[in-house]
Design a protein around this ligand. Structure first.
Ligand SMILES: NC(=O)c1ccc[n+]([C@@H]2O[C@H](COP(=O)([O-])OP(=O)(O)OC[C@H]3O[C@@H](n4cnc5c(N)ncnc54)[C@H](OP(=O)(O)O)[C@@H]3O)[C@@H](O)[C@H]2O)c1
Length: 184
């Protein structure tokens, strides 16, 4: 199954079309590291470039339409579609692939996802070229299954970690990321 993990400011802003995330929230970075440790991740080609050198024991699959794209590390994998990423994960015995963005990849994979792990940050981001997490709430397809509030700290904004599960459509597997409690 596919699980999307993302951090969203107000109005579902997740970053910028010119690259980068316009906030620094150590609590969310720790959460992201813990939730992705040792896992297979799906990332867009632009987000992969931003995260280069970060992956460690994680296995990124890079989504790109460029047939000649070569990742920097031989263990990093490349696919041309979300379906191919799922096939590759299954072929390697990986039951859950974690989608780490960016905006284009979240939009392409939301219809296939079973779980959303979202950090909602109480921050209005005023940038000229915002990119957003897709609108998942208006479809009525998702149920909030867990929430945890992170108070403002070290001058940073308060945030809330939310886990949304797709409403049952006949036996959808449950994400291992949906098991609480969340790590501190
Ligand atoms: N807040 C968060 O949680 C979070 C997480 C991750 C990223 N971000 C931010 O998001 C922004 C980047 O997002 P983005 O939308 O510009 O880029 P992106 O989604 O990381 O990458 C886009 C690229 O992925 C490939 N791609 C996307 N959909 C595809 C599909 N269906 N099939 C094949 N290839 C596909 C294409 O690569 P090719 O052009 O090579 O074909 C496309 O140009 C940055 O600001 C980043 O910091 C935020």
């Amino acid at each position: 199954m596919l699980t999307l993990i993302a951090a969203l400011a107000e109005d579902r802003v997740i970053g910028s079309a010119s690259g980068g995330i316009p906030w620094d929230l150590p609590r969310d970075r720790a959460h992201f590291r813990a939730r992705t440790e040792g896992r297979w991740l799906l990332v867009g080609r632009r987000t992969y470039a931003e995260m280069e050198g970060w992956f460690g024991d994680r296995t990124p699959i890079i989504l790109t339409k460029q047939p000649d794209f070569r990742p920097r590390h031989p263990a990093h994998r490349v696919v041309a579609s979300p379906a191919a990423a799922l096939d590759l994960a299954r072929a390697n015995g990986v039951g859950e692939l974690i989608v780490c963005g960016g905006a284009e990849v979240y939009a392409a994979t939301l219809p296939l996802a079973g779980c959303l792990v979202l950090t909602r940050i109480g921050l209005h981001v005023d940038i000229p070229d915002p990119v957003r997490f897709p609108d998942f709430e208006s479809s009525g397809e998702w149920r909030l299954s867990h929430t945890e509030t992170w108070p403002a700290a070290d001058g940073g904004p308060a945030a809330r970690c939310e886990i949304h599960a797709r409403k049952p459509q006949g036996g959808m597997a449950k994400s291992s990321l949906a098991r609480g409690p969340l790590p501190g």
